[in-house]
Design a protein around this ligand. Structure first.
Ligand code: BG6
Length: 467
């Protein structure tokens, strides 16, 4: 690519505490909602018994191996690293008044290590987990009390780390509650639309209060939202299909609308009426929502097609129920691969919000097989990432303000939706299988050296996607 990404562009990788750390009871950590989901975010929930197996209990043992992993990130050339704080390490039950010092000290160590290598932390406050006690006792975000608990947690971490962490995200994929309520907000899966949207409202208020706390306590920090940016295309040019796609995209854009504008968009008012949903929104809530985010962040993995006339073939029933597109291929897990779609989403979000954008997740989950020399030649991953990053470069040239790109899972980690280790995203291979067997040793894949070159050349080594 003849274009060079801007000098200040952040290059890195993204992770979540429950998918890498392990050490699920270490240093007084409380159980989290992820700890009772051993089969992944769409799987059955279990009660914890002594000795039962959840691959995330150890995950990739980042909790203990972080110095080695962060050194590898440095070798890759990362200028930033996205991680999440496990809320249940800081407030093991979630409703305590005082935080757990051991949990706070653990993240001090992580930030020390990142600082040693000049890697900028990008920190998510809640990534697909919360203290289990809040789900059990309060029905998760259905309870208004969670606003206060979350604000307390946010204030504690901004006070502790605000002098060294300057990039924050509130809730990972805040729109996921509409697809998987327990993962998104710890609410029972059989919650009614009324209960779901009320829980979402509480989260939106809590997110705005965290933004306010961040602005107060760490004024030179930037704080953004995080949405699952899976865009839907109309299957045909029939106006009904165009409108249907618009409506479906509003299901996720609605979150960005509230978080960046500070009030509910009118189309949601109509939707609530149609669903028979009456939200309890206090005057104080409306005031809180006015504290808006500094930037928009999102994950990008796939696109889908919708039609109000024709039945589309649904890919991966368990996940987002995206309709198939005859022009696109899918991953081994049925996720539709659409690099150009990333340029489309970047342009769409920038035109809609006029705020800086951050691509905080994107990547290919694939099975990696070691060759005869014990190496991993993951050209498929290189192709996928090349083609997507190329489109980020195109969007930058379109004039879209993109702050950075953190690909998902720079080191192999446990899959969120399926809890598999074999669904690998990394540049760094981790020797562990789906049953939890393996040495946990790390190994550089071919893509490791490729990404290193891309970062070093500021994108110049990206090649035009083959048609
Ligand atoms: C995103 C989540 O939806 O997708 C991550 O924020 C997740 O936590 C990623 O890991 C990829 O999904 P999966 O199911 O392949 O791990």
């Amino acid at each position: 690519m003849s274009f060079r990404f801007p000098n200040e562009f952040l290059w890195g990788g993204a992770t979540a505490a429950n998918q890498i750390e392990g050490a699920y009871r270490a240093d007084c950590k409380g159980l989290s909602t992820s700890d009772v989901q051993p089969f992944g975010s769409f799987g059955e929930l279990i009660g914890r018994q002594e000795g039962d197996f959840n691959i995330k209990d150890t995950a990739i043992d980042f909790y203990h191996r972080y110095p080695e992993d962060i050194a590898l990130f440095k070798e890759l050339g990362f200028t930033c690293f996205r991680l999440s704080i496990a809320w249940s390490r800081i407030f093991p039950k979630g409703d305590e008044l005082l935080p757990n010092e051991l949990g706070l000290a653990y993240y001090d160590n992580i930030f020390d290590e990142l600082e040693k290598y000049d890697i900028i932390p990008v920190v998510t406050l809640s990534h697909y987990e919360m203290p289990l006690h809040l789900a059990d006792q309060y029905k998760g975000w259905r309870s208004r009390s969670l606003i206060e608990f979350f604000e307390r947690y946010a204030r504690v971490v901004f006070t502790r780390y605000g002098h060294r962490v300057k990039h924050w995200l509130t809730f990972n994929e805040i729109n996921i509650t509409l697809h998987e309520p327990f993962t998104g907000s710890g609410v029972p899966r059989d919650s009614t639309p009324q209960q779901l949207y009320q829980a979402i409202h509480h989260q939106l208020v809590a997110s705005a209060k965290a933004v306010k706390a961040c602005h107060d306590l760490s004024p030179d920090s930037k704080i953004g939202n995080m949405m699952l940016g899976a865009i839907q295309y109309p299957l045909t040019s029939h106006p009904d299909d165009i409108f249907e796609a618009m409506q479906q995209n509003r299901e996720w854009l609605f979150f960005g609308d509230v978080q960046s504008r500070g009030y509910y968009p009118s189309y949601m008012m109509r939707k609530f009426k149609q669903l028979g949903v009456t939200l309890e929104i206090s005057a104080e809530d409306s005031e809180s929502l006015k504290e808006t985010i500094d930037f928009i962040s999102f994950s990008y993995y796939m696109t889908g097609c919708v039609s109000s006339h024709k039945k589309t073939h649904i890919l991966d029933e368990k996940m987002l129920k995206m309709g198939s597109n005859p022009y696109l291929k899918t991953t081994e897990w049925g996720w539709q691969i659409d690099p150009k779609g990333l340029r489309i989403v970047l342009n769409l979000l920038y035109e809609r919000y006029q705020k800086p954008l951050f691509v905080v997740e994107n990547g290919l989950g694939a099975v990696d097989i070691l060759n005869g020399n014990g190496e991993i030649e993951d050209d498929y991953r290189i192709d996928y990432l090349n083609d997507h990053l190329y489109q980020v470069g195109e969007a930058l040239q379109d004039g879209v303000e993109v702050m950075g790109y953190t690909c998902w899972g720079p080191i192999d980690l446990v899959s969120a939706s399926t809890a598999q280790m074999s669904k690998r995203y990394g540049f760094i291979y981790v020797d562990r299988d789906d049953k939890g067997l393996g040495s946990l040793n790390r190994k550089r894949k071919k893509s490791f050296y490729w990404y290193q070159g891309i970062i070093e050349s500021k994108g110049e080594l990206l090649t035009a996607p083959s048609e």
